[in-house]
Structures are given as C-alpha cells and as structure tokens.
Design a protein around this ligand. Structure first.
Ligand SMILES: [Zn+2]
Ligand SMILES: [Zn+2]
Length: 363
C-alpha cells in the first residue's frame, strides 16, 4: 500500500490504477510521481503497521534550484526576508572581526541564554504549559526569549501548537515532508500561515490572547530584540554587536530551526508517533535537549524531552533547578503514550541503524 498526501492525489491514484493494470511496479510509480511534483518517496521507517508506507520528500535537499524556484514564485513575507538576510550578512561580517570574547558571548547566548528564554520560556512553558511558575518568573523567561530575537511569543506559541496538531501534514507550518530547507527556514520567508488574526489565535492560543504583557511583547518584539544593539555597543563596541547580537542570533536560529528540520528527518525513533519525528543526538546537544524530538512529540506536555540516560536534556535540568529553588511547580513528567506504544529493543536497533542514513535518497 502506498500512502500519499498530495494535492495531486486524484491524479496519482489514476496513475497507480493504470500502472497496476499494466503490472507497473512501485518503482515505476514513484518515478512518475516524483516527476509530477518534484518530490520523491522514501519508505517510512515507522513500522506501526505491517503494510509498507511511503513518505514524500521534496527534492530541495538535493536540488537547491527547487528552493530558489519556490522563493521566486511564492508570496513572500518581506519583514522576515529582510531580517533573516541581514542577520546572515552581519554574521559573516563578524568573522572578519574575530575576538575570543565575542565568541564566548555567542556561545553563552547559545548554550545558556537561549535554553532559558526560548526552550524553557517560549517552548516548554508558554506553548506546552509543562510546568507552572509565578507570573513574574514567566514574564522574565519570555522577555529573555524576546530579547534574544526569538520573535513574537504569541505567534510563536500559535505556530508551534499548530505544528503539534498537524505535524508533518499539509497544515503544518513547517511540514518536513516538503523538504529540509522548507522546514528549516524557507517557510519563514513566505507569507505566514499562522497570522495574528483573531481566528488563528482563538483557535490555537485561547488561553494566552488576553494576557496584556504577552500582547505587549508580541507587538514590540522587534524593538525589544534591537535593544541588544546599543547595550552591546556601549559594552564592547562594534565587535560585541557583531558577535553578541548577529553571530549569536544566526547560530541560535539555525540550532532552533534544526529541531524542525533535522529532528524530523534524521535520528532514531523511540515512539510510534504518526509523524516523522526523530531523536537526533547532535541537535539534542546543540539545542540543549530540544533534539529529542520524537520523545517530545510522543508526550508534548512533558517538561522532560530526554528520557534515556544518554539523552542529555540541559533545559530539563534548568527546570529542575527552578523547582529546587521553589520557582517551578507541577513539573510534568514523561508518560509514554498508550495508543502508540514505544518500540521494542529489536525495533529500536533496526530503526536506529536504518534511520541514521535515512536522508532522502533516490529510489
Ligand atoms: Zn516537531
Ligand atoms: Zn513542542
């Protein structure tokens, strides 16, 4: 059985019927299907069912021209295009003004500040309510995330909840089945699918939309993030601005984006979720625990993403520190979902060897 989710579904079903009629093989079918939509099908490693199923990857990982074509033809979000381009240009400029202090500043931002503001604040607290903190502490964490340039918190939470609801389906804002670059960063270049219109917000973040402080942060997120520039300039001049703001932000953004791209493509699966999520060790380390993404999608409201002893989850350790200090309560633990179950050790060893090399490949 071949599983297809595509706007050309009606067409491909007809082709499949014809191919079956003429004893067409799955290989022939996938070649024709690929040529129709510039995608290729690879076998899903999730053997939740005994039937063979396939998932579609855009060719953009192997064919950058497909990314350029999408960029040229889709309706763009000019604000995001401007900021993402500027951040990358300035990050490159930073490398011509290297300083060890600047590098230390960037690494501090990546490994300490981002886990506090973005992982703990935006993700586990705001979007998932994985623990409870006093309101001043919640506002502090979210403000750190906004200051670090993570973007408008309400929009972030709405898009993220939508991602969990429709993970790797058409409605997913960064559907990884549309390719590495789409899920990594290109989706941000296009007109937002989760706008700040009241319908989207009512649907995904009804519990947050009436919070005045969050609305304030959301409205002035760019101005708050830009505050970093004069502060760093006053501290260490232009070099600190380049490294502490732009270079730091560029690497932080890519690490955050790898959670949406790499952790939906490469790594092992411990749980039979309906999406393509993976536990990816290097994203796990770089993103302070956010890379154990198959665990996270299996139990989204858990404060803990790293479950096995080697799945280091620095963000969870920070939450435990808050709990120890009496600043976090109701810390939700990881409960393996009953409906999907976890994979047996045999399944796991088979999948982990198979999936480490499961980058899109030609049939
Ligand atoms: Zn995800
Ligand atoms: Zn999440």
């Amino acid at each position: 059985m071949i599983k297809i989710e595509s706007k050309y579904e009606f067409l491909t079903k007809d082709i499949l019927r014809d191919l079956c009629h003429f004893n067409g093989s799955e290989r022939a079918f996938t070649l024709i299907y690929s040529s129709l939509e510039q995608i290729l099908l690879v076998e899903l490693s999730n053997r939740a069912t005994s039937s063979r199923s396939y998932t579609a990857y855009s060719l953009d990982f192997r064919y950058p021209k497909h990314v350029i074509y999408s960029f040229m033809t889709k309706k763009l979000n000019p604000t995001n295009v401007f900021w993402i381009t500027l951040i990358h240009i300035m990050a490159v400029v930073a490398t011509f003004y290297f300083s060890w202090t600047g590098l230390a500043l960037s690494l501090f931002g990546l490994f300490v500040a981002a886990p506090i503001g973005i992982n703990m604040g935006y993700h586990r607290l705001l979007a998932h309510k994985a623990f409870v903190t006093p309101i001043w502490m919640r506002n502090t964490l979210i403000t750190i995330g906004t200051f670090l340039g993570a973007g408008p918190p309400l929009q972030w939470a709405a898009a993220h909840r939508k991602h969990h609801k429709y993970s790797d389906q058409d409605q997913d804002p960064h559907n990884s089945r549309l390719g590495f670059w789409h899920s990594h960063m290109m989706h941000l270049m296009y007109a937002s699918e989760v706008g700040s219109d009241s319908e989207d917000w009512k649907k995904y973040i009804p519990d947050l939309i009436n919070d005045p402080y969050l609305k304030f942060l959301d409205k002035y997120s760019v101005q708050i993030a830009v505050l970093e520039v004069p502060l760093l300039y006053a501290w260490g001049g232009f070099q600190f601005v380049l490294w502490g703001a732009f270079f730091r932000l560029a690497i932080s953004l890519h690490v955050m984006w790898f959670v949406n791209s790499a952790s939906h493509m490469w790594g092992y699966r411990s749980h039979k979720t309906t999406d393509n999520t993976r536990n990816n060790w290097w994203v796990g380390i770089l993103a302070a625990g956010e890379g154990w993404h198959n665990n996270h999608h299996a139990c989204a409201n858990s404060a803990r993403h790293g479950v096995r002893w080697w799945e280091l989850d620095f963000t969870y350790l920070l939450i435990l520190c808050l709990k120890w200090a009496g600043l976090a309560t109701h810390v939700k633990g990881f409960i393996a979902p009953k409906t999907s179950g976890s994979l047996s050790s045999t399944d796991l060893s088979r999948l982990s060897t198979q999936d480490q090399t499961s980058a899109p490949k030609f049939l």
